[in-house]
Design a protein around this ligand. Structure first.
Ligand SMILES: [Zn+2]
Length: 498
């Protein structure tokens, strides 16, 4: 290795190369020219030519040098272009550390957004497209790796992390057709994704072990030893940040890992297990304070794995839409008349607009509303018989509240954290019927609203309620055909068609 160029302590780190991508680092302009001429000489020995047009010079501002140097450099007699941003191994580098982080975060978000758009043609767009498990799979395999590429090296600050977090949450909510007010822990719990910050921390810790696994003469490992020994906690060194992460997640001291590095897969499991547990405990504690999440079974939440009910492929596009509607109930984001009343500080009447008999609460809509009983009863019987097969006498012992919770998230039927494959299959059968129930109730309710809207302009309200609800005749209502076809595509009898 050349004796010119950058040093960190006594560790010479004047070059970084991977395949055909080479970076030369130097603090002194004279030494930079020497390094360039050495690269030229080596290229001629190996019979290749360095590409002058692709070669760029980046003048970095450091803590010890606040001003950009004036000198220009030459390669093969041609002046090297001075760039504001250079790309090395897909990562951008700018004059300062903060602008480097900003550039990379913005670039990653842009690339991730483009990838999302590129998947649109294959049905990657919520309602009417792919089913939820497929959407989550594509998101995890193709979008998130692009969003987080290389950020474990940069460890962005809070402002940048927030940008990434907002992007991830927005994409997730849009794909799952959930309103933007849905609690973050709800979407993370059901999707199995983790917040951006945690994902970056995990990647950085895993990368640190890779540095520790290198031979003692490797540049990165020597820098790790030097920085961890010398630098105080105020330093901006990457290794100091890693030390803080070790303390944050109670993983011991980074020096211990440096002395006795763990096997790569073993360390990965340790990091995942430790950080997942911390996140899970925080999430469960937070969910207890949220009323909207009372029907989501948090015992079944497993970091990095979708909710058990979202692991089953939808049987049709029609069923995929049912999955999306049911997600609204699971996240407590299906708006009923009682919600409208409470949001408006009781300026809006909370009476059910289907039967006009009592306030429209979740329990009323799902189990009690007489206007919906014609479509509800046959499906409830299907659900009862399905539950009876696996859990004899359990349904009858439930209170109304428990029944609603079980219909929304049927994993509560099992009083344990881990489910076998057979148990999952049983739940999927029950959940299929529950999805039918909610979708049918929703479409029926919607149709009645539309009818009552049309009738309200011609008749007083009390007449409408009488005509709609007489003799539980919701199933006999005349449904007019709408030109937009929005709900006419829905089977009024609670379709079991696939
Ligand atoms: Zn009602």
């Amino acid at each position: 290795m050349a004796e010119e160029g950058c040093v960190i302590g006594d560790v010479r780190c004047n070059t970084s190369a991977c395949a055909d991508d080479v970076t030369l680092n130097s603090k002194k302009p004279g030494e930079t020219s020497v390094l360039i001429s050495m690269a030229e000489t080596f290229a001629s020995y190996e019979r290749y030519i360095l590409q002058p047009k692709k070669t760029e010079a980046l003048k970095v501002v450091t803590s010890s040098r606040k001003e950009i140097v004036e000198e220009d450099f030459e390669i093969y007699g041609n002046k090297i272009t001075n760039a504001d941003i250079c790309t090395h191994l897909g990562l951008k580098r700018s004059h300062t550390i903060s602008s480097t982080a900003e550039q990379n975060v913005d670039n990653n978000i842009q690339k991730a957004r483009r990838t999302v758009y590129s998947f649109m043609s294959s049905g990657f767009y919520g309602a009417g497209g792919l089913d939820v498990p497929s959407i989550l799979h594509i998101l995890k395999m193709h979008i998130i790796p692009i969003l987080l590429y290389g950020l474990e090296i940069i460890l962005p600050k809070k402002t940048q992390i927030d940008k990434l977090e907002i992007f991830q949450k927005r994409i997730l909510k849009q794909l799952l057709v959930l309103p933007s007010s849905t609690p973050d822990i709800a979407i993370y719990s059901i999707s199995g994704l983790l917040p951006v910050k945690i994902q970056i921390h995990k990647r950085a810790l895993i990368m640190y072990n890779n540095v520790c696994l290198q031979s003692e003469s490797a540049v990165e490992r020597r820098i790790a030893v030097r920085q961890l020994t010398i630098k105080s906690n105020k330093s901006a060194s990457w290794f100091v940040d890693i030390r803080k992460l070790f303390w944050l997640y109670e993983l011991g001291d980074p020096e211990d890992l440096l002395e006795s590095p763990t096997e790569k897969e073993h360390w990965k499991r340790t990091v995942n297990r430790t950080i997942d547990n911390i996140w899970l405990q925080q999430t469960i504690a937070e969910s207890k304070t949220m009323k909207t999440l009372q029907n989501l079974n948090m015992n079944m939440v497993k970091p990095r794995k979708p909710h058990p009910l979202l692991q089953q492929q939808a049987v049709s596009t029609y069923d995929a839409n049912r999955q999306l509607l049911k997600l609204k109930f699971m996240c407590g984001k299906y708006i009923l008349q009682s919600d409208r009343a409470s949001f408006s500080k009781n300026k809006v009447d909370d009476t059910c607009r289907v039967c006009y008999k009592s306030p429209e609460t979740l329990q009323h809509m799902v189990l009690e509303c007489s206007g919906l009983s014609a479509v509800r009863d046959p499906i409830i019987r299907d659900i009862e018989s399905e539950i009876e097969k696996s859990f004899p006498c359990l349904w009858q012992s439930y209170t109304q509240d428990q029944k609603v919770t079980a219909l929304i998230d049927c994993t509560v039927l099992y009083k344990k954290h881990k489910l076998s494959k057979v148990e999952c299959q049983r739940l999927h059968k029950i959940d299929f019927q529950c999805r039918r129930l909610f979708f049918t109730l929703h479409t029926k309710r919607f149709k009645i609203f539309e009818l009552s809207k049309g009738a309200a302009s011609a008749r007083p309200l009390n007449t409408i309620s009488k005509s709609v609800c007489s003799g539980n005749s919701a199933g006999n209502l005349l449904i007019t055909k709408k030109p937009d076809g929005c709900y006419n595509s829905v089977d009024p009898l609670g379709s079991s068609r696939l």
